[in-house]
Structure formats: structure tokens, C-alpha cells
Ligand binder design. Structure first.
Ligand code: PAF
Length: 284
């Protein structure tokens, strides 16, 4: 496996013929990332590239950029064991010019959910993903559905700016107790960790209510909040929202399709999760 830090070396690596399957990450890799890399490996006759870069642009001034876990050695070992051919692990100086003056702003899908509580976050994501796509020039890029809004915004970025890359969304990988895997789970105290699976349980209760005929968005949100307060007394809800699963616009009624998404703080740790509601599974 090649480990590349310099853009010039990456360009040389990319010049070899064949398709490239790409998994962009911020490191602190877990089984969710490993699944993406294995999916890339399984579907390719080409090469599998992973990037590991904690992107400063997508963190707000009061967020966890400086304490975000950096575990490069373990990450490289995981990438190699999952069949990656190359890891691009640049420094911030290699990615950003000091006087950079262009960034990418998505102005619709990013207004709601995490975008509403983390101003500028998706500008940072769009800017770095566009740069990584230009650098790696992948044929296919894979993202997890835990970051559902990010996936929707990246699809929009690719559509609106004509990137020649196919975006694939992959199911959220969970711990055995239902907690969605996240690099931030390691911040949780023992007590918080024991309660956090309540988020998934709350979403499953809401889906059961929807399957039983409750289609009102506000009622489903209220039910989810109530379940969270019962199951996760340490959790402080940032948002619970019923939205259209394609446009992310708030839905008064979830008839055939929708998404229930949430963000909840456990102390300073903000966890997100979501559940898709689809009458016809083939339309997901
Ligand atoms: O999902 C992530 O890890 C990051 O937001 C991404 C897509 C690698 C951009 O920094």
C-alpha cells in the first residue's frame, strides 16, 4: 500500500491507468470506514484510494478540531488490511494555500439539520471534497449514510459542478447494541456510552409508529424526542427533524418516503443518526 503525503506524488500515482474507487475520511477509522474500503475493494477491477485528512475548514471555532482523534498508524494498518492500494494523508499546508480565497457553498440542502446548527460546516466539507475529487480524480466515491445530509450535499455538488464521479451511499454500520459507529463515540463516558444506543431505539420506535399509520411529521418528531428523554436522560437534543429524503425539506406528512434525522449532545459530544422511512424499499 502506498502512503502519499504530497500532491505531486498523488498526481503521479493517479496517472496509472484504470478506475479509482475513493473513500474520503478524516481518520480515526472504525468498522464503518472499513466497510466502505472493503466495498470499494469488492467492486473494483481498479485501485482503491483512501484519504485521511482532518479538514480544519469544516470545524466551527468552538468545535473539536484540535481534540479530534488522530490515529494515523492504526488507520494505515486498517486500510491495508481492507485492501486499500493507496492512502493520501496530507498536512493542512499541502491542501490549503495560506491566502486561499475560494470556497464552495451549497445554499439549499445545507440550511437544515446539521447545517442549521453548524454554520459553515458544509462549506468546509464541499470545499475539501471538491479539492479531493480534483486531486484523486476518482471514478467512484463512497460515503456512509450516517452522514446522510453530507451524502445528499455531495451528490448535489457532483451534479451541479459536473464532477465525473459516481457517488455511492452505504448503510450505517452499527455496534451490536445499535449505536451508529462514529469516530466521536470514543469521547463518550462509560455512562453516556451505555445510554447512547437509546438514539437508535428512539428512531426505531418512530419508524414503528409510522408503519402503524402515524404519518404526521411533528408527531413523529415529538415521539422521537419523548423516547430520547426516557432512554437518554443525559442527552440534550440539538434537533429531531422529519424531512424529505431527497430534498431534505421539512415534511408535514411523511407519506411514501422521508427521513427522520437527529443530533443529540452527550456532554460536549454531538452524535447524529437517522432512519429512512420508505413504503417501497426499492425507491431508497
Ligand atoms: O465524513 C467525513 O469524514 C468528512 O466530512 C469528509 C467527507 C472526509 C470531508 O472532510
Amino acid at each position: 500500500m502506498n502512503v502519499i503525503e504530497k500532491v505531486s506524488e498523488l498526481r503521479t500515482w493517479r496517472r496509472q491507468p484504470g478506475d479509482v474507487f475513493f473513500v474520503p475520511t478524516m481518520g480515526a477509522l472504525h468498522e464503518g470506514h472499513a466497510t466502505l474500503v472493503r466495498e470499494a475493494r469488492a467492486s473494483t477491477g481498479g485501485r482503491v484510494a483512501v484519504s485521511i485528512f482532518v479538514n480544519p475548514l469544516q470545524f466551527g471555532p468552538k468545535e473539536d478540531f484540535s481534540r479530534y482523534p488522530r490515529t494515523l498508524e492504526a488507520d494505515l494498518a486498517l486500510c491495508e488490511s481492507c485492501g486499500a492500494d493507496m492512502v493520501f494523508a496530507p498536512t493542512a499546508d499541502e491542501v490549503y494555500f495560506e491566502d486561499r480565497s475560494i470556497s464552495i457553498r451549497e445554499t439549499s440542502l445545507s440550511r437544515v439539520l446539521c447545517g442549521a446548527s453548524r454554520p459553515g460546516h458544509f462549506d468546509g466539507v464541499c470545499t475539501v471534497v471538491a479539492k479531493l475529487f480534483n486531486l484523486v480524480q476518482p471514478d467512484v466515491a463512497l460515503f456512509g449514510k450516517k452522514d446522510y445530509q453530507q451524502l445528499a450535499i455531495i451528490r448535489r455538488l457532483v451534479r451541479d459542478l459536473d464532477f465525473a464521479v459516481e457517488i455511492r451511499g452505504s448503510e450505517t454500520v452499527r455496534e451490536s447494541d445499535g449505536l451508529a459507529m462514529s469516530s466521536r463515540n470514543r469521547y463518550l463516558t462509560e455512562e453516556e456510552r451505555s445510554l447512547a444506543p437509546g438514539l437508535r431505539a428512539a428512531l426505531l420506535s418512530a419508524r414503528a409508529a409510522w408503519n402503524a399509520g402515524e404519518t404526521n411529521g411533528a408527531a413523529l418528531e415529538a415521539l422521537t424526542r419523548k423516547e430520547i428523554s426516557l432512554r437518554c436522560p443525559l442527552g440534550a437534543v440539538d434537533y429531531v427533524s422529519a424531512v424529505d429524503s431527497h430534498t431534505l425539506a421539512p415534511l408535514e406528512e411523511i407519506q411514501d418516503q422521508g427521513l427522520l434525522a437527529l443530533a443529540v449532545f452527550f456532554g460536549k459530544t454531538r452524535l447524529i443518526d437517522n432512519i429512512e422511512l420508505h413504503r417501497d424499499e426499492s425507491k431508497r
